[in-house]
Structure formats: C-alpha cells, structure tokens
Design a protein around this ligand. Structure first.
Ligand code: UDX
Length: 474
C-alpha cells in the first residue's frame, strides 16, 4: 500500500520504518527542516536500537522516502498516518500541531483513503474529530473520508519489537462513511499476528490512556509498597516475588525505584488529571500516582543526604545514569535531572555520567552547575556518595571493587534496585535502595514534599480548552 506518515518524531519514524520493512511504500513527511535534512543525510535524530539500520535498509530499497511536501504524500496515499506531537511541554496537551496537520493533509486525501490518527489526544478532541474531519472535507468540496484512531503501544528502547510483534492492534472508528475503512486498516496490518480490536474512537483513546495509566499506577503502587517494606524491615523484591506468581497480579512493572519518567507515563497521568478536572470527574487515584512518583525523587535525595551525615553542603555526589531509562537517549521528565538539581540546591557538587553521549551533552545544558564526565569511573572518583539512577547494563557490569577503591566514602544509593545488595555490602559499600532498607524515605523523615512538577503545579487547565477552541466545529 502507499502510506503517508506525517510527523517523523519517535512514533512516526518507528511506524514508517516498520511499515516499509513489512512491504508498504512509505513517504514520511516532516515540517521541521533540520530534522528532515538530518533524516535525508541518513541520521536518526534520537537513539532507538535497530532503527538507524532499519531506516537505512528501507531507504536503500526505496520503500521509505522522506519529503517536506505533505500535499503529494497525502494525495497518493491509501492510508495517511498522523503522528505529530501533542505535548505542550508543561504536562498538558496541545492540539494546534494536530489541527494544522489535519487542515493541510485531509483536503488532499483520495476519497477512498483512510486517515489513521496515531498521536495520543485529549478525549474531548477525539470526540470532536468526526465533525472536524467532515467539515474540512466539505470546505474542500470533497466527500467525507474514513478515519480511525490507531494508538501506539511502543516502549522506547524496544519500539521496533513492540510494533512488529504487537500484543494487540486497535482500530477506533472515528468515521467510516463507506464502511471500508477498517478493511483497509486490516490490509495495512496484514503481516501482524496480533489480535485486532475494533471499537469506537473514544474507546480506543481510553484503551491507550488506560494502559499507560495502569502501568503508572503499578509503579507508584510498588513504590508505596517499598516505603512500607522499609518501615517494617521487609525486602520488596521478596514481597513482589511472592505476589507475582498470582496470575491476576503478575510481576512486571512492579520495580520500586526513583519512579517513572519519559514522554508518556508522566504526561498522560498529569494530562488525564487535568481532563478529569475539566469533566468534573474526581481522580484521586491518579493524583496520588503522580504525587508518589515525585516523592520518590525527594526520598532519593533525602536518603543520600542522611547517609552522608545529614548535609549535602560541600559533598561530592556521583550520579550514574541520566536518561529516564536504559536503551534510550531521552531525557524527558528524567528523574536524574530533578535529583541533580536538588542535590546541587543542597550544596553538593554533582558529577554525572550516562552511556549516551547526547544525553550527557544535553544534561549539562539542562542542569546548570552539573558536572558531566565521560566514564563511570571518572564520575565516582573521590565522591562521598554514588546514586544509581538509570539501570544501564554498563553499570550492572561495572567492576564494583574498582569503584569501591575509587570513592572517598562508600555510600551507594541504588535508585533502581538493580544491584545485588549482598555483593555490594561484601565489597564494603554502605548500600541502600527503595524497599531494601532505605534509610531516609518520607516515612522516616516526614519530608514528603514531592520534587519536580506534579499535576497541581503544571500549566493551568484552561490551556487544555484553549488549545483547540478556535477550530471547534458545530
Ligand atoms: C510507555 C509504555 O510502556 C508504552 O506502552 C507506551 O506506548 C509509551 O509509554 P516508555 O515511556 O518508553 O513506554 O517507557 P516504559 O518502559 O513504560 O517505562 C516508563 C518509566 O517507568 C521508566 O522511567 C522506567 O524506568 C519506569 N519503570 C518501569 C519503573 O520505575 N518501574 C517498573 O517496574 C517499570
């Protein structure tokens, strides 16, 4: 099939490359000139395992091309996929980019083409899409087109596998005037063995949101459980192992630590709390999920401080890991950045290392005063404490006896519960981790002020409405 993908950010580029790999002819359209030029020069603007190679492979076969011209890609496509950004950069939604893209693309689509919306959007906006799309087509003197919501469930670091070996594919029907839209989407996904669920657009949007909200809830639950374990002397790993064999519960996404970051989970929690407020629906659970998540960062800093004698002033702290999780160079809402800022504010010198060079460079810009070095051993040299924030394999495979010899004071706070406590203790480290004997969590110090912006502090809810009010269609 001929496919036009609009927006070559994380979701759009992975989708483009994978669909090309599965035999479709994909034109990827990007309005950001610098990004487009980089892609045309063979560079992928972010790190995702296997993506660079896949893009190069598909460009060589001409199954994947990049263009600035949306009109041509829209006019020739059997399926148009829209994957533009919808974050406002401050914990809220913005829909201007989506509206601009739809206004540009939809008038030129063939009458029997299908529009697939892959970006995550506010529920109110999803509900307006049928009228909005019909109105754009009518104004262009064209027949209405079929449109679906096709949410993505791809994790950074595993995006290609998550897309090509999806656990489910969802089509949420926005409009299907001739009843052939879903058929065409099925043809697009013919290669997939995943179960396909067809539902309404709003159901699909909530299936996507609900999945991420549930994952976020699981993590905050694990973190609250870890705090209880610390208070009562239980080991969270043992506790979770004891729970995980219950097939109703499962063991995944129950790793206690500094909490969730990235572009999806934190934003979708805060955006949903805002949307719920607008709809007059109380969301105490999600507000708590958000608050617990940020409290983990507070607890991490408090724990480092307590373990080095109660003050950060004049102390040197190494942070291992800056990205929000391993196998990505993404720093969006990365716990490490908030933690670094608060350690610095407490008077510490903070020296950080991450295996991703691009993340190191950007962190130094994002956190004034942060010292960034180019190896883990350089970071730990002469420090009073080490904080492990991202569980990169490189850190798990470090020779920790060499690390032990390099530090001034052997305090080790494992923010991901990724190291083996007995091994670290045997090497002489004063080791602590969430749910494994954290010394100074909120329960111990009564210091519960969450670090970073929680939903309550982020952009006012009004912007959610303003973002798409001008183009509301009656
Ligand atoms: C998430 C969803 O998993 C994916 O389905 C969706 O399409 C996009 O959002 P991603 O943001 O890439 O993917 O990261 P994910 O693997 O979900 O991890 C999110 C954060 O949670 C990371 O900071 C990770 O370190 C943290 N996490 C994860 C925990 O703290 N504990 C866990 O048990 C699991």
């Amino acid at each position: 099939m001929q496919v036009g993908v609009f927006g070559l950010g994380y979701v759009g580029l992975v989708t483009s490359a994978c669909l090309a790999e599965r035999g479709h002819h994909v034109i990827g359209v990007e309005v950001n000139e610098a990004r487009l030029d980089a892609l045309k020069d063979g560079m992928v603007p972010f790190y995702e395992p296997g993506l660079h190679e896949m893009v190069a492979r598909q460009r060589a076969t001409d199954h994947l091309t990049f263009s600035a011209s949306g009109r041509e890609a829209a006019a020739t496509a059997d399926v148009v996929i829209v994957a533009v950004g919808t974050h406002d950069g401050n914990g809220g939604w913005q829909t201007e980019t989506m509206l601009a893209c739809l206004s540009e693309v939809v008038p030129h689509m063939a009458d029997d083409a299908v529009l697939a919306v892959r970006s995550t959007l506010p529920p109110d906006f999803i509900r307006q899409l049928p009228r909005l799309l019909r109105s754009i087509r009518e104004q262009a003197g064209r027949e209405p087109i079929a449109a679906v919501v096709n949410p993505e469930f791809t994790r950074e670091g595993a995006a290609i596998r998550d897309y090509l070996e999806a656990e489910r594919v969802i089509f949420g029907v926005i409009d299907d005037p001739k009843g052939r839209g879903v058929e065409r989407m099925n043809a697009l996904y013919e290669w997939s063995t995943a179960p396909v669920l067809t539902m309404s657009a709003i159901d699909a949007a909530f299936a996507k949101l609900g999945s991420n909200l549930f994952l976020a809830t699981k993590i905050s639950f694990a973190n609250e459980l870890a705090a209880l374990c610390d208070a009562y002397g239980a080991q969270v790993d043992q506790v979770v192992a004891g729970m995980a064999f219950d097939s109703r519960i499962g063991g995944r996404f129950l790793r206690a630590g500094v909490g969730f970051g990235g572009s999806c989970l934190p934003n979708q929690v805060t955006m949903t709390v805002k949307s719920a407020t607008l709809a007059g629906v109380p969301s105490p659970l999600l507000s708590a999920v958000d608050e617990i998540n940020h409290r983990q960062r507070t607890d991490f800093v408090a724990n480092v401080r307590e373990m080095i004698g109660g003050s950060l002033e004049g102390k040197r702290v190494a942070l291992l890991g800056l990205t929000f999780k391993p196998l990505t160079d993404d720093l969006r809402d990365a716990p490490a950045l908030d933690i670094a800022r608060h350690l610095l504010a407490g008077g510490a010198t903070v020296v950080a290392y991450d295996p991703m060079e691009s993340a190191r460079v950007r962190s130094a810009d994002l956190v004034p005063g942060l010292e960034v070095v180019s190896s883990a051993l350089e970071a730990v040299e002469g420090v009073d404490a080490i904080g492990l924030v991202t569980e990169w394999p490189e850190f798990l495979n470090l020779d920790w006896s060499v690390v032990r010899a390099a530090v001034r004071n052997p305090v080790l706070v494992d923010g991901r519960g990724a190291l083996i406590p007995d091994q670290m203790t045997a090497l002489g480290f004063d080791y602590s981790a969430f749910g494994r004997g954290l010394r100074a969590g909120a329960l111990a110090t009564g210091e519960t002020e969450p670090i970073g912006q929680t939903s309550a502090e982020r952009s006012p809810t009004a912007t959610v409405i303003e973002a798409y009010a001008p183009l509301q269609v009656e």
